[in-house]
Structure formats: structure tokens, C-alpha cells
Design a protein around this ligand. Structure first.
Ligand SMILES: [Zn+2]
Ligand SMILES: [Zn+2]
Length: 264
């Protein structure tokens, strides 16, 4: 088993330590795990400075634990919360350590967080989804260094609508622009298993994964987005069955920011 998106207590919302996660990874007989701690420059950092990711401490701990868990690969990564106005600072931080993998994720839209519902006030479903898709395209085509587009469809986790899922048919041009940009940039689309009541097994939903495949998108990663040991590799078998049903035979993993294909 492989998991390319995992948080520990080095993230402000992580619930279990790196050690606890690795004990669980060993019990599951995993092949590869990527720690991808939050690197959000726009809100969490500035609200509470002591929650700021200490990259030296984080990487130091992971490197030490690598010595004790040699039977599987441990990648040291970050999940960058994309935000346009601090790209220069972000680039500096992302270049300050030789990360194995960088996830580029959109958590905010027009300065508002989907988590907590602020984003959804006084706007229609169509307006919100449309703005979100524009933000995702901006993040993908920005000059931030990254390897994986994280949880495309994230706002479906928190959207207060009966139909929370973004359907390809509703926004074909915008979704195609995003998927084509992922292909052109030769980065990976994450299949995120933390769909949290969105009504879909994964984010993005299968209707968009199918479209990515038909456009020729070959690079996908699996991410549980676990914030605790028990969520590691969540719904792994079901997600593998789903992506196999689309036609995929390989997952991509990153080591030293180089992609490697692993048979599912
Ligand atoms: Zn995220
Ligand atoms: Zn995450």
C-alpha cells in the first residue's frame, strides 16, 4: 500500500505523532508513505505563529525515523496551501529544503476558507463552484514548484448543497482547462480519499477522473489525507478498484521530486 498525503502533529490539525503513524504503516505492511505537513502562509501561520511548520525539526525527525523503518520508503513532503499574494515567500520556503514531494492545494477562494463555511455565504452554487475552478486553474498554472494537485473538488467536503459534487457536464470548459494544465505541466492529479460526506468516494469524483483519463492524463497519486493513524490508507481497496475501473494500472509516487510509477 501507498499513501502520498499524510499529516502528523507537525501540522496544526494533525492528531497523531509521526511515530504513531509509522507504527500503523508497519502494521499495514505499507510500501511508501509521504508526510505532507501543512504549509499555509495565509491564515494558520499568521493567526498562530507557534503553529508554523518548523521544517528543520520536522525533516530532522523524519530522517531519524527513516533509520528505524527501513522496510518501506518515507518521503518528506509538504502540502502547500496555494495563495496568490505570497508566492515569493512560498517559493523561498519551498526551496529551503530538498523535499521529496510537494502537494499544491487550494483551501481558500477569494480569501475565504471552505472549512467553516465562510466561502458559501450569500452566493449560488454555480458562482461558488465557478470561482473555485478559476482558483484551482490559477494554482496549477502558477510558477510555484509542485508535483501533485491536491484534492481537486475540496469544497465539496463543506458545501451546504444537496449536490456537493462538481460535475464535468456543468463546467466542461473550466474542468478541461484544469485537467489539460495538469497534463501539460506533467504533474499528478491526486485521488484524495478524504471525501468527508461529499457523496463521492474520492475527490475529485469519478466523473472527473474519467475525463482526466480520456484526455490522456496518466499520472495519479493516492492520498488518504490522514490526520490520524487510523485514517492511513482510508478506503484503499475501494479507491484502487475505482481507479482500476477507469483504466489506471499505476500510481505515481515521488522521491526527491522525481516521479516513479508503481503497479496498483
Ligand atoms: Zn488540504
Ligand atoms: Zn492535507
Amino acid at each position: 500500500m501507498i499513501d502520498s498525503h499524510v499529516h502528523t502533529t507537525f501540522s496544526p490539525d494533525g492528531l497523531t505523532s509521526m511515530e504513531e503513524i509509522l507504527v500503523r504503516a508497519r502494521a499495514l505492511g505499507m510500501q511508501y508513505i509521504a508526510f505532507t505537513e501543512h504549509l499555509d502562509l495565509d491564515y494558520m501561520f499568521y493567526q498562530n505563529q507557534e503553529q508554523k511548520l518548523n521544517i528543520a525539526r520536522y525533516a530532522g525527525r523524519a530522517l531519524k525515523l527513516r533509520e528505524q523503518y527501513k522496510e518501506f520508503e518515507i518521503a518528506i513532503g509538504v502540502e502547500f496551501g496555494f495563495c496568490e499574494h505570497n508566492k515569493a515567500e512560498a517559493k523561498k520556503i519551498l526551496a529551503s529544503y530538498p523535499f521529496d514531494v510537494i502537494i499544491n492545494s487550494v483551501h481558500m477562494s477569494e480569501g475565504k476558507d471552505a472549512f467553516g463555511g465562510e466561502m458559501f455565504k450569500d452566493r449560488t452554487r454555480r458562482e461558488i463552484f465557478s470561482t473555485y475552478l478559476d482558483d484551482v486553474l490559477k494554482s496549477i498554472t502558477s510558477d510555484i514548484p509542485y508535483d501533485i494537485v491536491g484534492h481537486f473538488g475540496y469544497i465539496s467536503r463543506y458545501a451546504p448543497f444537496s449536490d456537493k459534487i462538481i460535475q464535468y457536464g456543468e463546467f466542461p470548459a473550466k474542468v478541461d482547462a484544469i485537467l489539460q494544465a495538469i497534463i501539460d505541466r506533467n504533474v499528478s492529479l491526486e485521488i484524495n480519499a478524504a471525501s468527508h460526506g461529499s457523496g463521492s468516494l474520492t475527490l475529485p469524483d469519478i466523473n472527473i477522473i474519467n475525463r482526466f483519463y480520456s484526455l490522456g492524463g496518466m499520472n495519479i497519486t493516492y492520498g488518504s489525507d490522514a490526520h490520524s493513524a487510523k485514517s492511513l490508507c482510508r478506503n484503499y481497496r475501494e479507491v484502487m478498484d475505482l481507479i482500476r475501473s477507469v483504466g489506471y494500472e499505476y500510481l505515481t509516487v515521488y522521491s526527491g521530486r522525481k516521479p516513479v510509477k508503481v503497479k496498483i
